[in-house]
Design a protein around this ligand. Structure first.
Ligand code: PMV
Length: 328
């Protein structure tokens, strides 16, 4: 009744921004991401204990953090035969301390894989992806490695809204994502609240939805061809459009700051000099640079020159996997 799993985070090249169902975390559009190594979260789950206990990075989880974990555990209990009972969950990330990097995608993917195994359910990437999605939308894309597409699905119960692997991590091992942490502070508006506000008040939302959906197959084709310039341009375009949709909300939602724009401007100048480096930007001020193995050191240096306080160079990561060593 005990199992442990390790999962990596992911960064989207075509972002998910907006839900059609807040409770089940069903998106309005499909998205596509790269799973990132070496960053990871390890989670151990044991069923059949006295009461539910949730511990994340040495702290007892409370409030919505705890509720999201319990929601995933509840879904596992509903699927498992023989009612596995209350659970203890302990989770630990190896992300650099306070680096401003979101670990929730890796955390919920590890939880989904560990909880299913602990409850005696068979390994099943699709089922684990649906389960991870209940904790955090983007987590459904961290169950498998390489490059994963989250299909938005049509059903009201969310059974067809999960991620599928398009290419594994060996497809393009030279591709790099360089996380440039410009600001360690927690963002003011969480993704969950920001996207809800955007859906409700941005007149650009319908255009975002349509455009992002159409970009997914184009991104798959560029990945297939290993076209770095094409993928870099697509990823910048998609990030700008997500942020533009938020900027058009009422009141406006702005995640960028002056140093974000400074780095973006610097990348533009570097490209003119022939350095192949592009960016993507989630719901925060810290860009993630897209480049290749031959230019990752250069990308790190230019991020630091633009004020990055921490830089993490990432390669395509693998699937979430079960481990034989437990955290308790
Ligand atoms: O899954 P969440 O609630 O962490 O939202 C993720 C939203 C973005 O990171 C901005 C985009 C994405 O697709 O990962």
């Amino acid at each position: 009744m005990k199992a442990t799993a390790l999962a990596h985070p992911n960064i989207a090249l075509v972002k998910y921004w907006g839900k059609r169902d807040d409770a089940l975390i069903l998106p309005h559009q499909s998205s596509l991401s790269m799973t990132l190594a070496p960053l990871s979260v390890t989670t151990t789950v044991e069923f059949g204990v006295a009461s539910d206990q949730v511990e994340i990075n040495g702290h007892t989880a409370k409030g919505s953090e705890r509720d999201r974990v319990l929601r995933v555990l509840e879904a596992v209990r509903a699927e498992a035969q023989g009612k596995p009972g209350p659970a203890r969950m302990v989770s630990r990330g190896d992300f650099p301390a306070s680096a401003g990097l979101a670990s929730s995608a890796a955390a919920f993917a590890a939880l989904a894989v560990a909880a299913r195994a602990a409850a005696g359910l068979p390994g099943d990437p699709k089922a684990a992806s649906v389960l991870a999605r209940l904790g955090s939308g983007s987590a459904c894309r961290s169950v498998q490695g390489g490059f994963c597409e989250w299909k938005k699905g049509e059903r009201a119960d969310g059974a067809d809204s999960y991620a599928v692997q398009r290419f594994d991590e060996k497809h393009w091992p030279e591709l790099r994502m360089v996380v440039a942490v410009l600001n360690r502070e927690e963002k003011e508006v969480k993704s969950r609240d920001g996207m809800k506000h955007t859906v409700e008040t941005s007149p650009y939302y319908e255009a975002w939805k349509r455009d992002a959906e159409a970009e997914v197959p184009r991104a798959v084709e560029l990945l297939q061809r290993k076209d770095l310039q094409g993928l870099g341009e697509l990823s910048e375009r998609n990030a700008w459009r997500m942020h533009a949709t938020g900027l058009a909300a009422d009141p406006p939602l702005c995640y960028l700051n002056a140093s974000t724009l400074g780095l973006i401007q610097h990348l533009r100048e570097q490209r003119k000099k022939g350095i192949p480096v592009w960016f993507t930007l989630d719901a925060g001020p810290n860009p993630v640079l897209l480049t290749d193995a031959a230019h990752e050191v250069k990308a790190e240096a230019l991020a630091r020159a633009c004020g990055a306080v921490e830089v993490v160079r990432c390669v395509p990561g693998g699937d979430a996997v079960l481990k034989s060593e437990h955290l308790f």
